[in-house]
Write a protein that binds this ligand. Structure first.
Ligand code: 16G
Ligand code: ZN
Length: 528
């Protein structure tokens, strides 16, 4: 029954029933769930081979994040909890697109890489695969396909069941690096809740309200955050849950709130009440509240980054470590211009701009001692160098600021952006700063902006510079956009081909919301 519902009766997953090419993008493979069983089988096999090549634990996550219920996706997590390394993304694309008579040759080639990897190792540990999935109807079935694929190449497969995407990243890291924490859900809750309780206790903050309204996008974050919250001192944080079990991502969740700048369905907040949204797999977080005019005010990934950067900088200064470590922020072209100006010019923290997609932000951030990276959509985290971690753990243990920084490195999930962890980080900083949500919102005013998507015949005709801020093809488009900005007297615009949908995305900033919209429509017209 399950098989028929998914429209694929190939139980081995070795046969490729699809006639269009798929590619391993920023989010792995993502499409209608009915097209995915053979893809996930092959990704299971690929992960099994990667695990054997390194003799380590590799992750497979089955999710389509904020996309509709009928979609699903699969991505591979490398040993330190980071995204799959680029040359294996290429292998993954080749493997999944192989025709039925080509697939054996691809497996043989990968087996060869495995043997090469093992030749270099002093011993030959077998490696294993951790697999987890989100709440979609198709997830359990696809998990079974991943298991079959992994076992097909003879690698041990361990099912972690229903988890948020960041929990899987965290578990893979812990399995390979026990100094990081204890693999599995319990270890995760333990580590985060202990750090949160310690960072927040005995702090009197009359302007901070411990009440938060949380939109769970009807996704996996609902049940998981309830478990985490069960370990948190109720004197410190109280959460009113909404959108726990309805239709996944439907008119709710972080992506919905960010793009529409409006309240999710099922959440009617009173003025000034702090609200937050997870996305479907709980790796994105945005905040919002109703202002005195009744409008929805959004505090997105950029504002979270600025909040965190301010906290870390002041703790580093207070700990007596000023100037000893490289602190920086990493953003993409989507970052609100005023957030960049605030972090760079007011806080004097250098800001790097990289292409869209978590792996680019992560790679740039790990070059720093304290790398704060966030996409405007609410995906982000902070990573710390070993040098910095050693300094704060070996310093004077009576120094409360060093202690706070140590706890902070435990509270944040360094492997990847994590809505549950980021939420606890934001709450901690607001309490430590004695801030209301309005105080936080007031650190800078967002430049009015607009995002559109344009359906085109072939999105690949649009090409950009590496950081995606300028368009290089089609010839002349960049100049025409610049002329629009000049005629407007102010603003900013860029276009880029989406990595997850067949569209070209347009982003503009203008003098007011309406003006940004007019600019965006004019740019969209140029693209069409
Ligand atoms: C993926 C990326 C996300 C990015 C989004 C852009 C990861 C894990 N996820 O969801 O970071 O913002 O794609 O989508 O890298 P787009 O290319 O369709 O605009
Ligand atoms: Zn997500």
């Amino acid at each position: 029954k399950e098989l028929t519902r998914l429209g694929n009766t190939d139980h081995t997953g070795l046969l490729n029933p699809i006639d269009r090419p798929l590619s391993y993008g920023t989010a792995g493979f993502r499409c209608l769930a009915t097209d995915l069983p053979f893809v996930v089988f092959r990704v299971g096999a690929l992960a099994g081979l990667r695990a054997r090549q390194l003799g380590q634990c590799i992750g497979v996550m089955i999710t389509a994040s904020h996309n509709p219920m009928l979609d699903n996706g699969v991505k591979v997590v490398d040993p330190m909890g980071e995204m799959l390394v680029e040359d294996w993304e290429v292998h993954a694309t080749e493997f999944v697109n192989a025709k039925d008579d080509e697939v054996a040759a691809v497996i043989e080639k990968l087996e060869h890489l495995v043997k090469e990897g093992q030749l270099n190792a002093s011993e030959t540990p077998q490696g294993k695969v951790f697999c987890a999935f989100d709440t979609r109807d198709s997830s359990q079935y696809l998990h079974d396909a991943a298991k079959k694929g992994c076992e097909f190449v003879g690698t041990e497969f361990v099912s972690l069941g229903l988890l948020t995407t960041p929990q899987l990243h965290y578990s893979v890291r812990c399995e390979n690096d026990p100094t990081f924490g204890m693999a599995g859900e319990l270890g995760y809750y333990e580590s985060l809740s202990n750090a949160f309780n310690a960072l927040n206790k005995n702090i009197d903050a009359p302007n901070y309200d411990k009440m938060l309204v949380l939109d769970c996008a009807n996704g996996v974050g609902a049940s998981k955050f309830r478990k985490l919250l069960g370990r948190i001192d109720s004197e410190l944080l109280e959460v009113e849950f909404t959108n726990e079990t309805g239709s996944l991502n439907y008119k709710c969740g972080a992506d919905f709130v960010k793009i529409l700048r409006s309240f999710p369905e099922g959440l009617d907040a009173a003025m000034g009440v702090r609200c937050a949204s997870f996305d479907g797999d709980a790796d994105r977080l945005v905040y919002f509240y109703r202002d005195t005019n009744g409008f929805c005010r959004l505090l997105d990934g950029d504002k979270i980054a600025a909040l965190i950067a301010g906290f870390i900088q002041s703790e580093v200064d207070a700990a007596g470590l000023t100037g000893q470590f490289k602190i920086g922020a990493v953003q993409t072209a989507y970052a609100n211009g005023n957030s960049t100006a605030y972090i760079r010019d007011v806080m004097k923290i250098p800001v790097d701009c990289v292409p869209t997609g978590v792996k680019h932000l992560h790679h740039a951030a790990i070059k720093l001692d304290i790398g704060i990276y966030f996409e405007a959509n609410g995906h982000g985290t902070v990573v710390f160098s070993q040098l910095f971690k050693d300094a704060i753990s070996q310093g004077d243990q009576d120094n409360v600021h060093l202690k706070k920084l140590q706890l902070f490195t435990k509270l944040i999930n360094e492997t990847v952006g994590d809505a549950m962890s980021d939420l606890l980080v934001v709450e901690t900083i607001l309490r430590n700063n004695n801030w209301s949500v309005e105080d936080w919102d007031a650190i800078y005013e967002d430049a009015p902006s607009c995002q559109l998507k344009v359906e085109v015949k072939d999105r690949t005709v649009v090409k950009t510079t590496w950081d995606e801020t300028e368009c290089t093809h089609p010839a002349g488009l960049q100049k025409e956009m610049e002329e629009l900005i000049i005629a407007n007297g102010a603003g900013r615009a860029f276009v880029r081909p989406s990595g997850t949908e067949d569209v070209v995305r347009v982003y503009t900033e203008g003098t007011c919301e309406e003006n940004a919209k007019v600019l965006a429509n004019a740019v969209a017209h140029l693209v069409q």
